[in-house]
Design a protein around this ligand. Structure first.
Ligand code: SF4
Length: 434
């Protein structure tokens, strides 16, 4: 039987931002909140669902502490990696190649920079793996694998296989990912999604999603499910049908959405009833100029005036908001840190992710900053969203790195956490009494 290993390379996590690193390592509150992201890699588990039984499959998650045995006698290793993981991915590829193991590399960075990836892997998969992975396996078994497989157009998402949750060591994770939709119709200039999927938006069927959650429940009877959609509630009617089915599973869960979720109160009510614990929402910035810089079509800038009333509506239904904010855009001055902190505290957000705007290769933002000669660091391991890799316009790189740490320290201070917890309990009590 041929041996195939699926490997998640270790990323650089919080990068080299010294101000932030020491804070995150010390703060239990933050590590608890961020534990929700401790989830196995869904892309590899998904392609595992397409591997014939003639292979013995091993899933190795170096990013969650598992070690790689380079001498385990694998015939094939397949890796994926975001930009910040890619250096380590290349090291692993090179190591296996030296031992004569066949190496396949896919994922977002390899999709954007296939020529670079081909220096390290025998085969590079560009685009969605569901489209090309079976073709690669077939060619491999016929001794004629190609160096490059490019998916043409988008896959039919409802044909996506059931991820192999049975391959994971559940002790390593605090949540399990399921994807119900793929893609996003928005056009944020810093986002890699449009490169990967265009502006398409595709759904799995509710039956498929329910089946996948049931497979997770086979592994863990009481899972926290992270619906790892890029933007889950774009098609509100379909969302309501799905949420009603999810409610029957009696799980707790969270997901990612944009602020338009607040436009449908029936959906908000259904979400709470279905066990939704938090909504991760990308607010990004709290000024109109700050938002307009991030998207040439201005969708988020147009939502700004509704941000506070939308938050209030979401809270009214007992749902928590995990707000995401990004610092360092061309209109941001150092006041962006205190303005954002005020916004989060004033609106009683349950949790906050504060990151540094990062021009990921392939994005509009990268091209523009590169053209302007403002990229100061091409070390991909620093493209973490916590490190400064470009010259900001209205502050120094150090002010930006320190500013994000300052917001974290304030937002997660014992006093603010206490106050927030009190407000959340009050909100939930009212929602339950409604
Ligand atoms: S809304 Fe989110 S997922 Fe959609 S394009 Fe913008 S950043 Fe990407």
């Amino acid at each position: 039987m041929r041996k195939l290993a699926l490997i998640v390379p270790c990323g650089s996590k919080y990068g080299k931002n010294q101000y932030l690193k020491s804070f995150l390592e010390q703060n239990d509150v933050v590590s608890n909140f961020y534990g929700a992201w401790e989830t196995p890699n869904l892309s590899l588990l998904t392609i595992a669902g397409m591997i014939p039984d003639s292979f013995e499959v091993t899933f190795i998650d170096e990013d969650h502490g598992q070690t790689i045995n380079f001498d385990a006698g694998y015939d094939i290793v397949a890796l994926t990696g975001m930009t910040q993981q890619i250096h380590r991915a290349y090291e692993i590829c090179d190591n296996f190649r030296k031992r004569g193991v066949y190496v396949v590399l896919g994922g977002i960075h390899a999709t954007i920079m296939p020529e670079e990836a081909m220096l390290h892997a025998h085969t590079v998969i560009v685009g969605e793996g569901e489209a090309t992975w079976p073709a690669f396996l077939q060619d491999y078994l016929s001794n004629r694998p190609e160096p490059l497989y490019v998916s043409k157009g988008n896959t039919i998402f409802s044909d996506s296989p059931v991820p192999r949750y049975d391959l994971i060591d559940k002790r390593l994770y605090k949540s399990y990912s399921v994807q119900t939709t793929r893609g996003c119709p928005r056009t944020c200039s810093y986002c890699t999604l449009p490169i990967m999927y265009g502006n398409t938006y595709r759904h799995k069927t509710p039956q498929q999603v329910i089946y996948e959650v049931k497979m997770i429940q086979e592994v863990d009877k009481n899972p926290f499910v992270f619906f790892a959609d890029d933007n889950m509630f774009i098609a509100k009617q379909k969302s309501k049908e799905l949420v009603s089915e999810i409610g029957k599973l009696q799980i707790t869960w969270g997901t990612q959405t944009d602020i338009s979720v607040a436009e449908d109160e029936e959906l908000l009510k259904a979400l709470y009833a279905a066990g939704c614990h938090w909504l991760f929402i990308g607010f990004e910035n709290v000024s109109e100029t700050g938002l307009s810089f991030l998207d040439s079509r201005q969708w988020k800038a147009k939502q700004l005036k509704k941000y506070e009333s939308s938050i209030e509506k979401i809270h009214k239904y007992g749902l928590n908001i995990w707000g995401s904010f990004m610092f360092g855009g061309d209109h941001d001055t150092t006041s962006v840190f205190s303005d954002t902190l005020d916004f989060t505290l004033r609106n009683g957000l349950y949790s906050g992710s504060f990151t540094i705007l990062t021009p990921l290769p392939g994005t509009e933002l990268f091209q523009e900053m590169n053209r302007q000669g403002r990229i100061i660091d091409y070390d991909w391991s620093r493209y973490t969203f916590w490190d400064v890799v470009y010259q900001p316009k209205n502050m120094s790189p150090q002010e930006l790195a320190e500013g994000v740490a300052w917001v974290y320290n304030k937002f997660y201070s014992a006093e603010n956490v206490r106050e927030r917890t009190r407000k959340i309990k009050e909100r939930i009590r009212k929602a339950i009494c409604q």
